[in-house]
Design a protein around this ligand. Sequence first.
Ligand code: URA
Length: 224
Amino acid sequence: MTAELAAETYAACGAEPPPDCRICPRLVEFREENRAAHPNWFNHAVPSFGPDDARLLIVGLAPGLKGANRTGFPFMGDFAGDLLYSTLLKFGLATGRHAPETPQALRLVDCMITNAVRCVPPANKPTPKEISACRPFLVERIASLPKLIAILALGRIAHDSTLRAFGLKLKDYPFGHGASHALPGGLHFFDSYHCSRYNTNTGVLTEEMFESVFASIRETLRGS
Ligand code: URA
């Protein structure tokens, strides 16, 4: 079975890959190495997190090795999750406590978080083939949210994969921090630089810049 055919077959099952998804050989091998080294970690395809009636879908890149791949929740335990979850709490898109060791202490409100690639990639870098192979799950994820109004892409890979999920041309929707685009069907598509440690440590993304994107999203959700 080709990777493309396998992806279609799995995607027919829904918006989430099976926990032991075997579409991408490199990611399977990495997962198995991690499972042997850290048997107490999650070490599966990381499912989307949040309620099915969410109006906002946040699309990240891929699980971090010691974060989402360890805890089983996107961005939970990842450095990037500190800024993401504190911002969601501040904007009323989450309640509870952000405590990576007890992910259940936090609930998302009106928003769901997913990743363009669901399995942890070596060095945080999925290949173009892996991103394409995982896209059918993103397509299904988007399609299965009946109240969806807005999508936020964290970083260019999430941006490009989301546009491809809609079959849109990348050149018609240029990526830029704070950019927003109207997608066919009335969806609002927002971009932010990824809230990675690298981007925040180098000042590419500040807390203020990140919050200003969420302020725009909040206005959109309020007006809809
Ligand atoms: N953790 C995730 O789940 N996704 C990212 O994009 C980064 C860290």
